[in-house]
Design a protein around this ligand. Structure first.
Ligand code: 5GP
Ligand code: MG
Ligand code: MG
Length: 184
């Protein structure tokens, strides 16, 4: 699957497969250095973070475990509701654990600030965040994001795990949609 297969749906490729891969390699090196061989529990937020989790985790040398949470935020639209619900909780006891939340994108940051508070209340040793993408709005929220792949413009993006109406998650790059796709 490449940009051409997307035909008229795609407006442009924002981040190529190569750019993503290079940046994830750098982030993994930072994470390895910071955790210095400690056990890390990677918490992926379904479903968008699946690609980041798969590719980032395979670049880590630290001993890691993985667990997953599903929370509702956007539905099938393009605006955050601010209402967060747990659809699937972790299976892992967080007591004393070094937790690294793995995210696809931070937009309003509402989902994430809620999630950090929720996980902190479970008695972990630490909770940090790694996200592939961050939009400018996120700066307004008081959440310290330790690892950021790319700061991107406030556009709606798809691919590399990110969907629009559950489509486009499988694209190996991050792109923007043509306005006609979302009725713009
Ligand atoms: P926030 O609560 O930070 O506004 O949004 C968090 C979630 O909204 C993300 O995990 C993602 O599922 C969705 N989201 C935010 N911005 C975008 C975007 O540009 N494209 C897509 N596909 N999803 C987004
Ligand atoms: Mg997400
Ligand atoms: Mg979505």
């Amino acid at each position: 699957m490449d940009a051409e297969d997307m035909g008229a749906d795609l407006e442009k490729v924002l981040l190529s497969q190569e750019q993503i891969d290079t940046r994830l390699t750098e982030m993994a090196a930072e994470i390895d250095a910071d955790y210095a061989g400690r056990d890390v529990l990677l918490v992926g937020v379904l479903r968008g973070a699946v690609m980041v989790m798969a590719d980032l985790s395979r670049k880590l040398h630290s001993p890691v475990q993985m667990d997953w949470m599903a929370v509702s935020s956007y539905g099938s639209g393009t605006k955050s509701s601010g209402v967060v619900r747990i659809l699937k909780d972790l299976d892992t006891d967080l007591t004393g654990r070094d937790v690294l939340i793995v995210e696809d994108i931070i937009d309003s940051g509402l989902t994430l600030s809620w999630l950090v508070g929720n996980l902190r209340s479970r008695g972990p040793a630490s909770v940090e965040i790694a996200t592939l993408l961050r939009k400018p709005e996120a700066a307004k929220v008081a959440v310290d994001v330790r690892y950021v792949g790319f700061d991107i413009p406030p556009e709606f993006v798809v691919g590399y795990g990110l969907d629009y109406g559950e489509q486009y998650r499988h694209l190996p790059f991050v792109g923007t949609l043509a306005p006609h796709v979302y009725g713009g």
